[in-house]
Write a protein that binds this ligand. Structure first.
Ligand code: B4P
Length: 191
């Protein structure tokens, strides 16, 4: 199974990707987690990414694209698939991913968009309280989402590869809905 999980900040991408990856025994590839690891280790990438993340802006593509190429060409992605969480975040990243997956012969099954209203997103993120979960940063992340990430939904809709799931429910209900959606396609079921 190769799945791209889309949705605004706080939609439950990270939460659901971790659950699905464990159930399916596939790698969970989160660009947010990889970046936070770099920041924690103060690598050169982490030092460059930190200020963008703190401001709620996207980290520039020249840093992100090399990072994702490196991750998707590691050995563990070649077996049972993967679940991508937090990437692509703009249309240029989506085009890059399309080309990369073609090159490495790993076509994805679906992009699944988790739909959650803004009020729920803000409440969830304020409760979580990560460093970038302040009211100002959350507002900026939602703005960046609307301007840069939302067009990625149309990118996959135009390719007839988009599924939508209502993420405004309990975690278990969202997981069940996601699994149902992914298994509707006979080419992904059981893989
Ligand atoms: P991410 O780490 O991707 O952060 P996110 O979108 O805010 O989180 P996510 O949506 O996964 O949170 P979740 O719902 O799981 O990105 C952080 C930053 O990194 C970005 O702002 C950007 O700067 C940078 N970045 C990452 N990828 C990038 C890229 N490709 N290009 C450029 N920059 C990039 O969790 C939210 C909370 O809701 C949790 O507390 C969870 O427990 C709760 N929750 C989840 N589901 C719930 C449910 N059903 N009910 C109740 N609570 C729920």
């Amino acid at each position: 199974m190769r799945v791209i999980l889309l949705g605004p900040p706080g939609a439950g991408k990270g939460t659901q990707a971790a659950t699905l990856a464990e159930k399916e025994n596939i790698p969970h590839i989160s660009t947010g987690d990889i970046l936070r690891q770099h920041v924690a280790e103060a690598t050169s990438l982490g030092q460059q990414a930190k200020s963008y993340m703190e401001a709620g802006d996207l980290v520039p593509d020249d840093l992100i694209l090399a990072m994702i190429r490196d991750r998707l060409t590691q050995e563990d992605t070649k077996q049972r698939g993967w679940i991508l969480d937090g990437f692509p975040r703009n249309v240029d990243q989506a085009s890059f991913l399309e080309q990369l997956l073609w090159e490495i012969e790993q076509p994805f099954d679906y992009a699944v968009n988790l739909e959650v209203p803004d009020e729920t997103l803000v409440t969830r993120l304020l409760q979580r309280g990560r460093d970038d979960d302040t009211e100002t940063t959350i507002r900026r992340r939602l703005q960046v989402y609307r301007e840069q990430t939302a067009p990625v939904i149309d990118f996959y809709r135009q390719r007839d590869r988009l599924q939508s799931v209502n993420g405004d429910r309990s975690m278990a209900e969202v997981t069940a809905a996601l699994q149902g959606t992914l298994q509707e396609n006979p080419s992904t079921a059981g893989k």
